[in-house]
Design a protein around this ligand. Structure first.
Ligand SMILES: [Mg+2]
Length: 374
C-alpha cells in the first residue's frame, strides 16, 4: 500500500519553428502536462496528461487537475494502481454533466501511470519488469509525425539516424496522395516499413476505393482512414474488406469498443494511448492474452509518457514498434537528467526502479508556463 503526501503539476510548452501539419490542423507548439506524485516513502511517480492538440487544452486540463483532482489524491491510500478508478468515481459525474469525459479520461490516465511508477519504485523494480518479469530491455521504434510535404527528406533524415520504419501523415483535404505514396515506395529500402496515417481524413464513401487503389504497395499499416466517430459496424466492415492492414485505437474511449476491435481477426494493429484513456491498467489487461501482439501503443507528447509507453510496450508486446515522434521536441528528448536516445531505431530501458529517469530541473525551468504544488 502507498499513501500520497505531495502532488505537483507542470505545464510546459515548446514553441515550434516548423509547424506539424495534420489533416486535423496545424500544430504550432508542443505542450506537455506532467504530474509528480510523492508518497510517504518519499518515492515520486511520474505521469503525463494528454495535451498534444489543440495546445490550448493544456491550460484547461492544468486547472481541472489543480482545482478538482489534487485534493482527492493527498493522504489517499492505494492498494493497487487501478484504485484510481474507484477514488474518482464521484468526480466522473461532474465530467459526464459537463460533457467533457475526455479531459477526465486523460487526467485519470496520467494519475494511473504515475501510481504504477510509484508502485514499481516502492518495489525497487523497473516498471517493465514490475508489469511483466519477461519484459524485454529494449523496444523497436518507428519514426512518426512525418509531414507529407517533406516526406522523402524526413524519411532520409530518420533513416540516417537509424530508423527503419516510418509513418507519414497523409489524407490532407481528404486526398489519397497517390503520387506521394508512389514516391515513398520507390524510395523505401527492402528492409524498411512504411505506415501511412490518414488521421481520420478520408471520406467514408471513398475509403475502400482508395485502399484498393493502393493495394499494390506493401503498406505495413494504414492508420485511422476514416472518422473515429464512424459506427463500430461501419469501421469493422472497412477493416474486414480492406486489402491493407488497418490500424486504429488512439481515439477509442470505451472498453467494449476496444475489446470488439482487438478481437476482430482482420485487425492486427491496435493503438491505445496510456496518456489518453485507461492509463497503464487498461492495456495490460491484454498482456497475457493471445491479442497482446496486436498492441502497438500510440504516443505523442513528452519524454515522460514516451518512456512510460516504452515500458508498457516491452511488457505487453516486446516485438512491437513504439511510436516515436521524429519532430524536434526538447520536452521529449531532454526532459530527463539523461537524454533519451534512440539508437539503431531501438530504445533501451535501464534497470533503475520505475520508469528509470528523473526530471531535469533545467528543462522544466526553460519551458515552464506554470506549475502548482500541494
Ligand atoms: Mg495516428
Amino acid at each position: 500500500m502507498i499513501k500520497i503526501k505531495k502532488v505537483k503539476i507542470y505545464h510546459l510548452e515548446y514553441p515550434l519553428k516548423d509547424f506539424v501539419i495534420a489533416s486535423f490542423g496545424l500544430m504550432k507548439s508542443r505542450p506537455a502536462l506532467l504530474i509528480e506524485i510523492k508518497d510517504y516513502n518519499n518515492n515520486t511517480g511520474l505521469g503525463e496528461i494528454w495535451s498534444n492538440f489543440p495546445a490550448d487544452g493544456a491550460s484547461y486540463k492544468f486547472n481541472l487537475f489543480k482545482n478538482i483532482f489534487i485534493d482527492k489524491l493527498i493522504d489517499t491510500n492505494f492498494n493497487d494502481p487501478s484504485d484510481v478508478y474507484k477514488i474518482y468515481k464521484s468526480i466522473k459525474t461532474i465530467f459526464v454533466q459537463s460533457a467533457d469525459l475526455g479531459s477526465y479520461d486523460s487526467i485519470i490516465s496520467a494519475i494511473n501511470s504515475a501510481i504504477w511508477d510509484l508502485f514499481a519504485k516502492n518495489k525497487q523494480t523497473p516498471l517493465n519488469k514490475f508489469l511483466n518479469k519477461k519484459s524485454s530491455n529494449e523496444i523497436n521504434t518507428y519514426a512518426s509525425g512525418i509531414n507529407s510535404n517533406d516526406a522523402i527528406n524526413t524519411i532520409n533524415k530518420a533513416r540516417e539516424s537509424g530508423f527503419n520504419a516510418f509513418k507519414i501523415k497523409i489524407g490532407l483535404n481528404s486526398n489519397l496522395d497517390f503520387k506521394l505514396i508512389n514516391k515513398i515506395f520507390k524510395f523505401k529500402l527492402p528492409n524498411e516499413k512504411i505506415m501511412l496515417d490518414v488521421n481520420q481524413g478520408w471520406d467514408r464513401k471513398y475509403a475502400l476505393i482508395y485502399l484498393r487503389k493502393i493495394k499494390k504497395y506493401p503498406i505495413y499499416w494504414i492508420e485511422e482512414p476514416i472518422s473515429a466517430l464512424s459506427s463500430d459496424r461501419e469501421y469493422l466492415k472497412l477493416v474486414n474488406s480492406s486489402p491493407a492492414n488497418i490500424a486504429l485505437g488512439e481515439n477509442i474511449y470505451n472498453e467494449k469498443t476496444f475489446d470488439l476491435f482487438i478481437k476482430n481477426k482482420n485487425l492486427n494493429f491496435i493503438q491505445p494511448d496510456i496518456s489518453k484513456y485507461g492509463g497503464i491498467s487498461f492495456p495490460i489487461k491484454y498482456m497475457n492474452t493471445k491479442y497482446k501482439n496486436k498492441v502497438f501503443l500510440h504516443f505523442l507528447g513528452s519524454g515522460v509518457g514516451y518512456i512510460s509507453s516504452a515500458h508498457v510496450m516491452s511488457a505487453i508486446n516486446s516485438n512491437g514498434l513504439l511510436e516515436t515522434d521524429f519532430n524536434k521536441n526538447p520536452l521529449r528528448d531532454l526532459i530527463f537528467t539523461e537524454p533519451i536516445k534512440v539508437t539503431d531505431g531501438k530504445i533501451k530501458l535501464n534497470s533503475t526502479p520505475g520508469i528509470g529517469f528523473n526530471l531535469s530541473k533545467n528543462t522544466l525551468k526553460k519551458y515552464l508556463i506554470k506549475q502548482f504544488v500541494k
